[in-house]
Design a protein around this ligand. Structure first.
Ligand code: A2P
Length: 257
């Protein structure tokens, strides 16, 4: 296993009783690309307990940020949710992953489709100005059960739209489509439904997804990934593999926390 670094917690923010985000220090040797993940965790009974987490901060930021679910009986998140300022977070020194722009064929529009904490890698991607140099439009879709669970992505998008480095790009290139499935909201329904009935692209004034010009990244539960992969493959999209870029990319590293 790669070396483990010790980082210090700088800030913790609880968004709902199920979701929270936290900021830690960043060792200067720790490098990553937008969309990648690393192993993070806590020391438990003298041993590291680590899980895969996407960095939500941009690769050039001097801190690291993560977005997490709280699973009451989850081995790591049941403890991680009690993180406090000055606590120590363990960080695996090597970042990796598949949700990077280089893993996709060049295209015009980039659709970032995430459910729940699946928004995490996309936070880093939309915070990174290079993303907007590669794609004419970046469409970030975040689907959660409750409206309050969209709070983190709303806040990140707001920050990107007002950011000194990203504001101008975001105004021209970034579209945000939050949707809730179990509460009334201006956008309602699962991403699968909103894509297959055309509501999402219609609401955004875009054409139906087309592998000739659109690229897609997926991050969410195994069921969400398999349903969306089936839909994309029906529409002629091909998944990226480790050595061949395709028209969509999936992250499968996130299992139970
Ligand atoms: P729903 O409320 O209809 O189950 P979770 O918190 O369970 O990970 O779910 C996050 C969001 O992803 C919820 O809005 C949920 O909708 C949605 N979702 C769950 N399963 C799928 C799926 N197979 N395809 C698309 N969206 C899904």
């Amino acid at each position: 296993m790669a070396a483990i670094l010790s980082e210090e917690v700088i800030n913790v923010r609880h968004w709902t009783d199920r979701l929270f985000s936290f900021v830690v220090t960043r060792h200067p040797s720790f490098r990553f690309e937008a969309g990648q993940f690393a192993m993070i965790g806590l020391e438990l009974d003298g041993k590291p307990l680590m899980r895969a987490y996407s960095m939500t901060s941009a690769p050039f930021d001097d801190h690291l940020e993560f977005f997490s679910i709280k699973v009451p009986d989850g081995p790591l998140t049941s403890r991680l949710q009690h993180l406090d300022v000055d606590d120590t977070l363990l960080l695996g020194a090597k970042a990796t992953g598949t949700l990077m722009a280089d893993n996709l064929l060049p295209g015009r529009n980039l659709f970032l489709l995430g459910t729940g904490t699946g928004f995490a890698p996309f936070a880093s991607i939309i915070r990174t100005p290079e993303t907007y140099a590669r794609f004419e439009r970046v469409i970030v879709v975040h689907c959660c059960r409750q409206v309050a669970e969209l709070g983190y992505s709303t806040c990140v998008v707001d920050e990107v739209r007002n950011g000194e480095l990203t504001g101008e790009f975001a105004a021209k290139h970034l579209l945000y489509y939050p949707t809730a499935t179990r509460e009334p909201f201006r956008n309602q329904g699962r991403i699968t439904t909103l894509l297959s009935d055309g509501a999402l692209t219609c609401d955004l004034g875009l054409a139906q997804l087309d592998p000739a010009c659109d690229r897609v990244m997926l991050c969410g539960s195994p069921a969400m990934l398999s349903d969306l992969e089936a839909l994309l493959s029906d529409w002629g999209f091909t998944g990226s593999t480790s050595n061949t870029p395709g028209t969509y990319a999936v992250e499968r590293a996130f299992v139970e926390h």
